[in-house]
Design a protein around this ligand. Structure first.
Ligand code: ATP
Ligand code: MG
Length: 197
């Protein structure tokens, strides 16, 4: 579909080229596996374009050490500009917030993202597991929606996490729901290296 005809001819006054370069807000939600890993797959594509990439993981555990982080940071060393921040370990810029205070850390992370969006710090943003602080009411939903909807320039944003609030789905351009058909966890199989991290 992306290269061929689309089902509708948009009446938006844009040229095909302009339409191809529009900023996309993407959501990977649902209960099935693949939300973060698919988002990181798109980040690889963004890296290949030479775009500055910012990944902000809203995970609580400092023990979570996903391989995709090592991989993208290594690519960033090779060329380009890759930032990877994790809430559970304490945001690298923060000296104030105790990372075990998940709520305060999430608020602080969102404030930095907001400032970064305003100054177009990255071209590709991955807000991983971002649905949780929003769904828990730690972040102001109206502020999140307004900020994302009015972000300047051509900043692509991918949000992952289960239970994405409808208000975010409402302003998103591309929403995928991962649905579980089978998962080894159901048979008591825990996560494994190379597959889950
Ligand atoms: P991945 O990072 O592998 O793309 P994800 O981002 O879709 O997974 P999360 O909700 O962030 O999934 O959960 C992370 C972990 O939980 C992963 O190790 C994943 O395999 C596991 N997981 C995902 N979906 C399920 C499920 N339906 N049942 C049990 N475990 C799951
Ligand atoms: Mg995930």
């Amino acid at each position: 579909m992306s290269r061929g005809a689309t089902p509708v001819d948009p009446d938006d006054g844009l040229t095909t080229k302009e339409r191809r370069n529009r900023p996309v807000l993407m959501v990977n939600t649902g209960d099935g596996k693949g939300k973060t890993s698919a988002a990181c797959g798109v980040a690889l594509r963004a890296w290949a374009q030479g775009w500055p990439i910012g990944v902000y993981q809203f995970v609580k555990s400092a023990a979570w050490k996903p391989g995709e982080r090592d991989a993208l940071l290594a690519l960033g060393e090779l060329r380009g500009d890759v930032t990877w921040e994790r809430m559970g370990t304490g945001w690298s810029w923060s000296k104030a917030t105790d990372p075990s205070d998940a709520r305060a850390a999430a608020v602080e992370g969102w404030e930095a993202i907001k400032a970064g969006l305003a100054e177009e710090r990255h071209r590709f943003w991955l807000l991983d597991e971002f649905t949780y602080p929003v769904a828990r009411g730690w972040l102001d939903l109206a502020d999140v929606v307004d900020t994302l909807a009015s972000r300047p320039g051509t900043q692509h944003v991918v949000i992952t996490g289960r239970g994405c609030p409808q208000e975010i789905i409402g302003i998103a351009d591309l929403v995928t729901e991962m649905s579980k058909i089978k998962h080894p966890f159901d048979k008591g199989q825990r996560g494994q290296a190379g597959i889950e991290w």
